[in-house]
Design a protein around this ligand. Structure first.
Ligand code: ZN
Length: 121
């Protein structure tokens, strides 16, 4: 979308192409300003920028277009080739290490000296 604005008349008009906006500008100069260039006139492109790619749009491009399919094929080849060099990674489900020995408990309040026998009754 293109917008033409005249700074003298303070008017704007919307157009679907830059060529339409340029034609409007030229016509406006001829008919309203007698062929002179009004001060402060402008043409702006108000087309919103394309949205950033989403994961689904990238997948759609990879699978739906020929350049995308070529890129996907190259990615698959690279992944497969890299897979040949990562064989020495540890397995995901390695066997469990042997269990540690059960901890032993010692009474920290045990006295070294033998206790006296209880008095006779
Ligand atoms: Zn004008």
């Amino acid at each position: 979308m293109y917008v033409y604005g005249c700074g003298v008349c303070q008017t704007i008009s919307h157009h679907t192409s830059e060529g339409e906006a340029t034609a409007e500008r030229d016509g406006h100069r001829r008919t309203v300003h007698h062929g002179r260039v009004p001060m402060g006139e402008w043409i702006r492109d108000t087309t919103p920028p394309p949205p950033p790619p989403t994961p689904m749009s990238v997948v759609r491009w990879l699978l739906g277009t020929w350049p995308g399919r070529a890129v996907a094929l190259v990615l698959v080849v690279v992944v497969v080739r890299l897979g040949l060099f990562i064989n020495d990674l540890p397995p995901l489900f390695a066997p469990m290490p042997p269990a540690a020995p059960a901890p032993t408990w010692t009474n920290p309040f045990a006295s070294e000296a033998p206790t006296a026998s209880p008095p006779p009754r």
